[in-house]
Design a protein around this ligand. Sequence first.
Ligand SMILES: C[C@@H](N)C(=O)N[C@H](C)C(=O)O
Ligand SMILES: [Zn+2]
Length: 237
Amino acid sequence: MKPYQHIAIVECGEPLLPIPEPLFSLVSPHPYTTVGAPYGEKSPFYLREGVLKHLIEAQALLQKEFPGWRIQVFDAYRPIAVQQYMVDHTFRDVAQSKGLSLGRLTESERESLLELVYEFWAVPSLNPATPPPHSTGGAIDVTLVDEFGQAVAMGSPIDELSPRSYPDHFATSIDFRDRSFHEHRQRLRSIMLTAGFQQHPNEWWHFCLGDQMWAWLTMQANPDAKVTARYGAVGEG
Ligand SMILES: C[C@@H](N)C(=O)N[C@H](C)C(=O)O
Ligand SMILES: [Zn+2]
């Protein structure tokens, strides 16, 4: 169990709301739908009402300094069935990329692949006390686009399972391009944190607000604070 999963959830009952386009840029086609993730009637571009309010605030902060720039949403609400599908998909993908055949994995190969997958993906838990972050409507994967709608270079693609995904991966590089990746990541982080979000320690693109991870990270930063999560899994009924 990850440490944040011990945080108590006091569900507040806020609805999921659609993320408005073109106010925000939404990645299309949606990457998980493209690989067959089972959304049914649901859409990934939904967030809890309070989270959407804070996302609007983050974008206003961005546009004060960089007119025309927008937050681009890669993924937001994720049903638990989709979390399971994407964990399985990623496991197969990473096994294949290492030239390993799924049918012939040793126990230790299986364990090390799972360890890599779960460094970046949350466990698709059906337990209401330990929901996957995106299934609460309180987590979002984002990047930035400029005034021409062009993706801002962050130095690595969203969902890459490598150290390049760590938010500060380029912090100490003296290479000119690496410096600009770091600056862009800092710009994203700064507007999101100022608007009340927390950032996943291993992923430059994942931010949360009101879920267990957010409560845990908030208490890590303020050890005297007593914070609970207000969002549990939603839309599973
Ligand atoms: C891997 C990425 N898309 C992601 O969302 N990771 C978090 C931790 C999750 O699975 O909740
Ligand atoms: Zn995420």
